[in-house]
Design a protein. Structure first.
Length: 224
């Protein structure tokens, strides 16, 4: 069997694919794994000030430091998570784990008595950095069709243990007041987690802590 594959550069002719001794197709990496995804779909991330915010305990009602991502009903897209990063910025660190919280049935309404009673929406960072902090430049990508926040008040009904859907990592081996402790989580979702309309996700901790964390959550948006 012979495969003829057109050249990506558009030059004339076709290249021949190569197969290993085990029947596997041999490939090489031209770009990072999300590069082609970013050419087709809008990609975003959210991070607070470098000084950081406290990560809410998983039972909390105030989610500002959890980088909440709300895909309201009617958005027309699903959010595919790519990355979550957590690094301590300052303060007394507690020993806790960080997980992804998810809640279904949040609809599209912010109101007293609803699942979401306040949501201070902010503009996320487009991966095409011609659009940074909502200032358009050449090459800037489209706007996000979901709601996200990295500052201000985000209030929901209290979280429960059943909403903890994936453990991302832990903050370190000991609590401390110095810069000696290591506190870094770099979690690759690898495109496995899809946030559909009517769903909210955020980062939650197993314990409350006064330490502040510089966090990032990333995603791309695919039509549904």
């Amino acid at each position: 069997m012979r495969f003829e594959i057109p050249f990506l550069s558009g030059k004339g002719g076709h290249s021949e694919g190569m197969v290993g001794d085990g029947g596997d197709i041999i490939v090489s990496t031209l770009h990072g794994k999300y590069y082609q995804t970013g050419q087709k779909y809008p990609m975003f991330s959210n991070s607070p000030t470098p000084l950081g915010l406290a990560i809410p305990i998983y039972t909390n009602t105030a989610l500002a430091g959890g980088m909440p991502l709300w895909n309201p009903q009617g958005s027309g897209v699903k959010c595919v998570l790519t990355k979550a990063m957590v690094a301590r910025a300052s303060g007394t660190a507690a020993v806790f784990s960080v997980g992804l919280m998810a809640r279904n049935g949040v609809g599209s309404v912010i109101a007293t008595g609803a699942q979401i009673t306040a949501f201070a929406e902010t503009v996320p960072i487009n991966s095409k950095l011609g659009l940074v902090n909502s200032i358009a430049g050449s090459g800037g990508g489209p706007a996000s069709r979901v709601k996200s926040s990295r500052t201000g008040t985000v209030t929901v009904s209290a979280g429960v243990a059943a909403e903890w859907v994936e453990t991302l990592g832990a903050t370190g081996v000991e609590a401390d007041l110095t810069t000696n402790g290591i506190s870094l989580i770099n979690h690759d979702f690898d495109g496995r987690i899809e946030v559909y309309p009517g769903t909210m996700v955020w980062l939650g901790a197993t314990l409350a802590s006064v330490a502040l964390y510089a966090t990032t959550i990333g995603w791309y948006e695919v039509p549904v």
